[in-house]
Design a protein around this ligand. Structure first.
Ligand SMILES: [Zn+2]
Length: 73
């Protein structure tokens, strides 16, 4: 199963950050997913597969108005 991940998604991970926070906001998409701890602001990059393994649930979804761009170039 492939997760659809969007900028500004807020996710809850299976394990808490050392600061005690469970919720992270997605700030970067790509081969690596950039997330920021909502509690302490710590930023990490995770390979997409690792991110998908760690996510427990989506708390809030980002904007949906970003359709896939055609690969025209
Ligand atoms: Zn934290």
């Amino acid at each position: 199963m492939v997760l659809e991940i969007r900028i500004d998604d807020v996710v809850r991970l299976r394990k808490p950050h050392p600061c005690g926070g469970y919720e992270w906001q997605v700030v970067r998409l790509g081969a690596d997913i950039g997330i920021v701890c909502a509690t302490c602001g710590h930023r990490v990059l995770l390979p997409r597969r690792e991110f998908e393994k760690r996510v427990k649930t989506f708390v809030r979804r980002g904007e949906t108005s970003t359709p896939d761009k055609p690969m025209s170039q």
